[in-house]
Design a protein around this ligand. Structure first.
Ligand code: F6P
Length: 548
């Protein structure tokens, strides 16, 4: 039995409970700013190109001290060092957690089981770069000798969300003569729509799967191979020119029929949701080129170094992680919104959903004991102004507390016309206005002063006190994207460490997979499936009936 103290019985935890119940019983941001006019300068941390402003939070210096004491007591720094060192901190899978080694410089030494893995990381990066250059230059041709114009990534979860998000984020840096598509859903419509207007002779498939056993990916890859062969006179030799794989499982890749020479490797110490800076980023390297990809890795590394070395008072991922704990555990906030004011970050929150919710959606601690405290929040959000005209109403005037991150850039990315560039100030004015309105609201007296009839005053009053972090950077570049992703990776790490959970396994997705395999024969072949519960059995019967 573990001797780790129960989190909620730690004195640092109960001190936070007391602080919330007394000093922070009804915190008002207007009062906090009035009491400390320098708050807007003091509650800012710089990391790389990112300026992280956490002044609009329901906190005081005392709150921050207490939160840092909680982090110290729960051993966040020790676990962080163990992660960077390559210890097997993913205990339920008995694996090291070394996505940070993926962006280590060539001369770094990071050992797993006594072997320095950095040379292998760079050997794969070099191969990816060389391959991407061949595709981009037209030297790598398809089976009929035509150059590749379309790249279709087939993967799911971490083998899809990362490259798909980063491709969108860095679209301004992509080779516009190439078309990129990302297929993940086992719904045949996904592959159909992705390839229906493509010429197989000019299409390269990247089959991305850490395990190479994921049913969605293998099913889609098999259908993609049929589509390719149907378009190329059934010549099986075509597969070698049109399929490459990214995986940790060379055996399964070969079994599928992909030439091992066309496989790009990564390792079991890279979690799926932490993998897009590994070979999983291959479509991105083809899209933006190896140099830009390395700039992105440098961005990741900047934040890794910051997380590893910055003091607790100025450590951005630590502060963001602790703020999430403050709201989730002491204000009963159930969700966290990530609201980028950048169209290019349209997939960023979806990417973070897996990063955060698959990592910290746990209800037993590292020792297998049920946790008696809330763990990861529901993460949600869409780009900026679109959300304002949809769900911001609930954040402003609903009954729930929804802490949010607002992410914006001083200059637009992309080669926009002068007229479209000018729209950027309007976009950012919205970000700043939302942060202000959420924090400070509008009092009833202010509403009355505008001449609003008394019966409408309550409806038009804004409580305020909705906390936000504002993350501002000069421009969305490959490096800045790397910085942003690493910031969130480490934020999630901090929270998992405090909650004493294993943030690197994902057993919760297994049961559904197993049951789907069991139910499928009942749908396709009409076989009786023993052991189906009455509700699911009735649904299966209805499905069969509808299907006739
Ligand atoms: O959803 C579970 C999961 O294992 C994720 O963690 C992973 O990113 C995804 O499936 C895809 O797995 P693979 O890369 O092995 O196909």
């Amino acid at each position: 039995m573990s001797d780790t103290p129960v989190l909620t019985r730690r004195p640092e935890w109960t001190a936070l409970e007391d602080h919330r119940a007394q000093a922070m019983r009804r915190p008002r941001l207007r009062d906090l700013f009035a009491a400390d006019p320098r708050r807007a300068e003091r509650y800012v941390v710089r990391v790389g190109d990112l300026r992280v402003d956490y002044s609009k939070h329901l906190i005081t210096d005392e709150t921050l001290v207490l939160l840092r004491e909680l982090a110290a007591a729960t051993g966040v720094a020790g676990l962080r060092d163990a992660m960077f060192r390559g210890d097997r901190i993913n205990t339920t899978e008995d694996r090291a957690v070394l996505h940070t080694a993926l962006r280590a410089p060539r001369d770094a030494v990071v050992e797993v089981d006594g072997e320095n893995v950095v040379p292998r990381v760079h050997a794969v990066l070099d191969r990816m770069g060389a391959f991407a250059d061949r595709v981009r230059s037209g030297e790598w041709t398809g089976h009929t000798g035509r150059r590749i114009r379309n790249v279709v990534n087939i993967g799911i979860g971490g083998s899809d969300l990362g490259p798909a998000m980063a491709y969108e984020a860095l679209r301004a840096y992509t080779d516009r003569s190439l078309t990129f598509r990302f297929v993940s859903n086992v719904d045949g419509a996904d592959l159909h729509e992705a390839v229906r207007d493509l010429d197989p002779a000019e299409t390269l498939f990247v089959v991305a799967s850490k395990t190479f056993t994921t049913i969605e990916t293998i099913t889609n890859a098999t259908s993609a191979r049929s589509w390719l062969l149907a378009g190329l006179d059934g010549d099986a030799k075509a597969v070698a020119r049109h399929f490459v794989a990214v995986s940790t499982n060379a055996g399964k890749v070969t079994e599928f029929g992909i030439d091992p020479d066309n496989m790009f490797e990564f390792w079991d110490w890279v979690g799926g949701r932490y993998s897009y800076d590994s070979a999983i980023g291959l479509p991105l390297v083809i899209a933006i080129g190896p140099e830009r990809f390395r700039e992105m890795l440098d961005g990741f590394r900047t934040v890794d170094e910051h997380f590893r070395t910055a003091p607790a008072e100025a450590n951005a991922p630590l502060i963001m992680g602790l703020l999430g704990i403050w709201y989730g555990n002491f204000f009963a906030a159930e969700s966290h919104a990530v609201l980028p004011y950048s169209h290019y970050l349209s997939r960023f929150t979806a990417y973070l959903q897996q990063l955060d919710m698959e990592s910290n959606g746990k209800s037993v601690d590292r020792d297998g004991r049920p946790v008696g405290w809330h763990t990861g929040p529901v993460v949600w959000g869409t780009p900026g102004t679109n959300g304002q005209h949809a769900y911001y109403q609930l954040i402003h005037q609903g009954t729930r507390l929804v802490p949010a991150d607002l992410i914006g850039f001083a200059r637009p990315a992309g080669e926009l016309s002068d007229e479209l560039r000018a729209q950027h100030d309007l976009l950012m004015a919205n970000l700043f206005a939302q942060g202000q309105a959420l924090a400070f609201g509008k009092t009833a007296d202010e509403v009355r002063a505008e001449g609003v009839p008394e019966e409408q005053v309550a409806h038009r009053t804004f409580q305020g006190d909705h906390p936000t972090t504002t993350i501002l950077a000069p421009r969305l570049t490959p490096s800045v994207l790397g910085q942003l992703v690493a910031l969130y990776e480490h934020k999630v790490f901090v929270q998992g460490a405090v909650w004493h959970i294993d943030s690197f396994d994902q057993w919760g997705v297994e049961l559904g997979k197993v049951l789907a395999r069991r139910v499928e024969p009942a749908l396709t072949g009409g076989a009786e499936v023993p052991g189906l519960d009455p509700s699911t059995a009735a649904l299966v019967a209805a499905y069969r009936e509808f299907r006739k």
